[in-house]
Ligand binder design. Sequence first.
Ligand SMILES: [Zn+2]
Length: 316
Amino acid sequence: MKIKEIYDLAIKEGMNADPRGEEELKRVLEKAKKEYDDLKETEKEFFDLEKLTNPYSDTRILIGDSDVEVKSILCGIDIEVGEVLLADRLKEKGKDIDLLLAHHPEGKSLTGLPGVMKMQADIWHREGVPINIGDVLIDKRMKEVQRSLMPVNHNRAVDAARILDIPFMNIHTPADNMVTSFLQKQFDELSPYTVKDVIDFLKKIPEYKEAAKMGAGPMILVGDGDKRAGRVVVDMTGGTEGPEGVLEKLADAGVGTIVGMHMGNKLRKKADEYHINVVIAGHIASDAVGLNLLLDKFEKKEINITPCSGLMRVSR
Ligand SMILES: [Zn+2]
């Protein structure tokens, strides 16, 4: 597969699993087209043309010729300078590494991270929160995340890959969409009775089982194991953590238990205040589930995967 084909397949799979649905995704791409068309000629060079076909601003080919043929990938949750050097070391030892594949955004995907957060309003809307409220809440939070990314040296790992001439790509929200829909579907079928039932179900999934053995497995952050779970909502996509104000709205909309990757203190306190149970499935293990679902598709096309940086490879 060429790098471009891997990238296109990731976008396609991410869109298939996207909680917004086909219609809304179409609208997102049309909006980008209109934005581009409306730009003055002098402004057009600053527009990222990928936005016209890829609705995920946190997922990009970061460096390298997209026509390069790929047979072997070094894939990790985070690819930083250390992993770039690791790839170079492996190549020195005679191992083929045609592409570095990270989950978490680097370079322009990192500056693009706030761009995918807008979808959280659609996710809450599906749970019963009015879209007008969701749009306002997420807009404030997006700006906050954007400001927090300003001091970051975002192109450091990409520069290392460029100097060592190793193509580098990252796939963030498409993989997060996949773990979210994978888990949500199973919770919908299972309807766990108690919060403990939610934990027990997660611990049967190999990535979570291994994480649990390392002390980073599923845990109850808010609530008690013997309390009823109510409606279980998997909250694992949309860039990063949402705004604290949405917890009250989700409680009103009838959400009983949130299953997430992680949750900061401000949100945890709100969940506690509004009596929403919170189960933390585990950050890196959840990222691994999403990535593994995608890597299965690449492996079917004869691509060899070397997992690193927190990724435990599980085929399904
Ligand atoms: Zn993550």
